[in-house]
Design a protein around this ligand. Structure first.
Ligand code: ATR
Length: 280
């Protein structure tokens, strides 16, 4: 890792840390954003061993790093390493963006939820307010996005998970939002939704969560937080089930990156050309 820490370039040094991280498109996205403002940033990918996050963050900081993105499986651990948490990171209990402040303090933020919300509402044109939303999964990925969805005041937001206790635990954690319910897959029989969001890791193994048929209302959006180089098993199934629109997580990736970019640079990039480049 020593070659990453080039002190001459450190004033604009950023990175994403994860395991695995080789596939990450974040360096490409952040470079495209920086180019819009005529900025040069050095954005690296750093593979971190499980158990090594603390040291890796300390090394990066000592080398003059200014900001970090944190990806799987370290988002929850990262929330315990920083000095301060933004309200949305505290609510999520997970951090995907770290800012090394001039003061020497580190702030942990979470831009995943706002990124997904912007993709669903602004890019795809689907409303969340007053709609029936189903979120599948109850792991770290889902925890990160619930706050911004709930703040839109959906009519109902159901979290369905294979391990029911984890869904119920999330219902408890977000209990200040009355429209939220946690349950198992069998409880979904007969229920229909306007937006169904897959936040499980099932797509990695080309598996489909056991959802009932007719889960989509007419005009529904099926959204997979994951992206692959082909439609995920969930999106293929949703298409067969008659979902109006099927979208993968590439738009969320670009939008969360834009929000991280804003956190670090106080500049709002135009995501449209980057979304187009990613889709191509
Ligand atoms: P992450 O931080 O990516 O969310 P995680 O905490 O391991 O990772 O959570 C993975 C989620 O995908 C969980 O909700 C998991 O269900 P369990 O809590 O029952 O383990 C869900 N998941 C993974 N594979 C699945 C499958 N084949 N069908 C349904 N749910 C699945």
């Amino acid at each position: 890792m020593a070659d990453l820490f080039d002190f001459e370039r450190a004033a604009s040094l950023y990175a994403v840390m994860g395991n695995p991280v080789a596939h990450s498109k974040s360096p490409q996205i952040h470079r495209m954003f920086a180019k819009q403002f005529g900025m040069h940033i050095d954005y690296q990918k750093i593979q971190v061993d499980v158990g090594g996050l603390d040291q890796a963050v300390a090394n990066f900081r000592a080398a003059g790093g200014r900001g970090l993105n944190i990806t799987l499986p370290f988002k929850i651990e990262a929330s315990r390493l920083v000095d301060d948490l933004t309200p949305r990171a505290r609510l999520a209990g997970a951090v995907n963006t770290i800012c090394f402040e001039e003061s020497g303090r580190t702030t942990g933020d979470n831009t995943d939820g706002v990124g997904m919300l912007r993709d669903i509402t602004a890019n795809l044109g689907y409303a969340v307010s007053d709609r029936r939303i189903l979120v599948i999964g109850a792991g770290g990925a889902v925890r990160g996005v619930l706050g911004p969805l709930l703040e839109q005041a959906p009519e109902l937001l159901v979290i369905a998970n294979r391990t029911v206790d984890r869904a119920v635990e999330l219902e408890r954690h977000f209990s200040s939002f009355r429209c939220l319910a946690g349950c198992g897959f069998e409880d979904l029989a007969g229920q229909r939704f306007d937006i169904v969001i897959n936040g499980t890791s099932a797509s990695v193994r080309d598996e489909i969560p056991p959802l009932p048929v007719r889960v989509f209302r007419p005009g529904a959006l099926a959204y997979d937080m994951m992206y692959l180089d082909r439609p995920t098993a969930f999106l293929r199934w949703a298409d067969e089930q008659g979902a109006e629109k099927c979208a993968d997580g590439i738009g969320m990736l670009v939008e969360q990156a834009a929000e991280s970019f804003y956190v670090w640079h106080r500049r709002t990039p135009d995501t449209r050309p980057v979304l187009a480049a990613m889709a191509a």
